[in-house]
Design a protein around this ligand. Structure first.
Ligand SMILES: NC(=O)c1ccc[n+]([C@@H]2O[C@H](COP(=O)([O-])OP(=O)(O)OC[C@H]3O[C@@H](n4cnc5c(N)ncnc54)[C@H](OP(=O)(O)O)[C@@H]3O)[C@@H](O)[C@H]2O)c1
Length: 242
């Protein structure tokens, strides 16, 4: 059996990518489709999801399903469960995030709480939901998007970094709990990658510096066997470098 076949058998036939409309999530979806997995593409914006679904179907011959949904919604878990109940899902990538950058007190509390909904409550609900499904079938994998910022408190991203630490610690604990049941869990502590939103969310006057200092998202980033998808084959969650 080739590595691709083994990957598909363990983590396929369907993968759910939450936050798939652009940036790293679109790249995850592309790399998974290239490995022959059918993909559920979830994000708020319908049009980029449809365009990506069409491209992946044409390029890789995989089936796709789009799920336009705001993960901050109180009923997001039920929506995802309903939209995927008929699919044999083997992999969840929770990539969506709200990235608030700037002085902590300049951001209204409501927005900080929204950040908790998208970055913490969302992965908790979907990890619980798909973890049950994967444990019942005895195989599967979950990738939670963390960040290098999760390792140390930093000014201007104090709360965002705290939400990313939540994902890192949750993934490490679940990796330990579920690995004997055949379910791999990993956190991807990515470094800065120049995605559209990353560049747009730079503090005013810093966009140019961000543009110049950050590497571009690269297909290699998600394809490299040392990256998180490679690690999702059962190794301990760990940092991955671009
Ligand atoms: N870029 C970096 O330098 C970097 C570094 C470390 C970690 N990360 C992490 O990597 C992940 C992806 O980063 P990125 O730069 O590619 O982010 P991005 O460009 O902002 O993409 C985030 C994705 O999530 C979706 N999304 C955002 N809010 C959502 C919501 N409420 N409900 C449903 N979908 C939502 C967005 O689509 P819609 O707008 O269509 O909903 C988009 O598809 C994030 O978790 C981020 O924290 C990024």
């Amino acid at each position: 059996m080739t590595g691709t076949e083994a990957f598909r058998r363990r983590y396929g036939p369907w993968a759910v990518v939450a936050g798939a409309s652009e940036g790293l999530g679109a790249e995850y979806a592309s790399q998974l489709a290239a490995r022959g997995l059918h993909v559920v593409l979830l994000a708020r914006r319908r049009d980029p999801l449809s365009a990506l679904a069409d491209r992946l179907a044409a390029e890789h011959g995989v089936a796709t399903r789009t799920l336009p949904l705001d993960l901050a919604r109180a009923d997001a878990g039920e929506e995802v469960a309903g939209a995927t109940a008929d699919l044999d899902v083997g992999l969840l990538v929770y990539n969506a995030a709200l990235s608030v950058i700037g002085p902590f007190l300049d951001c209204p509390l409501d927005r900080h709480l929204l950040e908790v909904d998208v970055n913490c409550r969302g992965p908790l609900i979907l990890a619980h939901q798909f973890g049950r499904r994967f444990a019942a079938r005895g195989r599967g994998g979950i990738v939670l998007m963390s960040s290098l910022s999760a390792t140390m408190g930093s000014a201007l991203i104090a709360h965002y970094a705290a939400t990313k630490a939540y994902n890192l610690i949750l993934a490490e604990g679940l990796w330990e709990e579920w690995r004997a049941a055949g379910v791999a869990v990993t956190a991807c502590a990515a470094p800065a990658v120049r995605t559209p939103n990353y560049a747009a969310s730079a503090p005013r006057g810093r966009q140019r510096a961000v543009e110049q200092s950050s590497p571009r998202p690269s297909p290699r980033w998600a394809r490299d066997p040392r990256s998180c998808l490679g690690r999702a084959t059962g190794l301990r969650p760990s940092f991955c470098a671009a």
